[in-house]
Write a protein that binds this ligand. Structure first.
Ligand SMILES: Cc1cc2nc3c(=O)[nH]c(=O)nc-3n(C[C@H](O)[C@H](O)[C@H](O)COP(=O)(O)OP(=O)(O)OC[C@H]3O[C@@H](n4cnc5c(N)ncnc54)[C@H](O)[C@@H]3O)c2cc1C
Length: 222
């Protein structure tokens, strides 16, 4: 697997782009089938202008001809949020086949924020009084869960059953493939300040990776 275009995310995760179909001008070329003049030579600027027009007027089908395949390592609780985006194709590592390694996420101190009073599902911008203690509690309980998991595996319990004690901060890995139209929709939702900070970090990495490939479609996200 080619992981050369990769951005590290959180303490042990990453997003890599492994394959891309299409480029910045493909939506314009696809859109021109409507006028049956696909083969007429155009300048890059003419293509970019048409892509902006398509985006502005929500003529989004030509964007669907661009496909982006990512490979990611992410905590299960972030994966649960991202999996809600049904237009992506996903294939995930299975802890029914593979024994989970002791790989869990511990938020950095700056993420140890109090409950927001305004946004009921989010964090405030105020740090808890003892972020290091929160890190210690998370590390301790995660290690205990992994101790229990490994004991169950050593007892001979099937991996599919032993895994039920794993915490939701356990790292998982998957291929995640989506077309450009639905990726922009995903980014609008998951880069929003209402989205969970960790999910936003993944969305930001996904955006950074496609910016050089699709500069016109992503220019509004700059
Ligand atoms: C900040 C935030 C908070 C959230 N909080 C919660 C929560 O508390 N609880 C919870 O359960 N979820 C929550 N979600 C998930 C949210 O409800 C959506 O499921 C998720 O954002 C995917 O959005 P989507 O359906 O537009 O995307 P996709 O699944 O990628 O679908 C893309 C588009 O395709 C179309 N589409 C896809 N499937 C269908 C369908 N079956 N019928 C009709 N049209 C379809 C729709 O136009 C849709 O917008 C939250 C999401 C965000 C961003």
């Amino acid at each position: 697997m080619d992981l050369t275009r990769k951005i590290d995310v959180l303490d042990k995760g990453f997003v890599a782009i492994t394959d891309v179909m299409g480029d910045d001008t493909l939506p314009a070329r696809v859109a021109r089938t409507s006028f049956n003049n696909v083969d007429r030579p155009r300048s890059v600027e003419a293509d970019r202008k048409l892509v902006r027009y398509l985006l502005r007027h929500k003529h989004t089908t030509p964007l669907e001809f661009c496909q982006i395949r990512y490979y990611m390592k992410l905590p299960i609780f972030v994966a649960r949020q991202i999996i809600r985006h049904r237009t992506a194709s996903v294939n995930e590592i299975s802890f029914r086949y593979v024994q989970a390694s002791r790989d869990f996420y511990v938020p950095q101190e700056s993420f140890m924020l109090t409950q927001s009073e305004i946004n009921k599902q989010g964090s405030s911008e105020i740090s808890v009084s003892d972020p290091a203690k929160c890190q210690e509690i998370i590390t301790q309980i995660s290690n205990q869960a992994f101790d229990a998991y490994e004991r169950l595996v050593n007892e001979g319990l099937a991996l599919e059953r032993a895994r039920i004690v794993l915490p939701v901060n356990t790292y998982t890995e998957w291929y995640w493939q989506i077309d450009l139209h639905n990726l922009l929709h995903f980014l609008r939702l998951r880069l929003d300040k209402h989205a969970q900070l960790e999910a936003r970090e993944y969305a930001q990495a996904m955006l950074e990776l496609i910016k050089p490939i699709f500069p016109t479609a992503t220019e509004n996200f700059q």
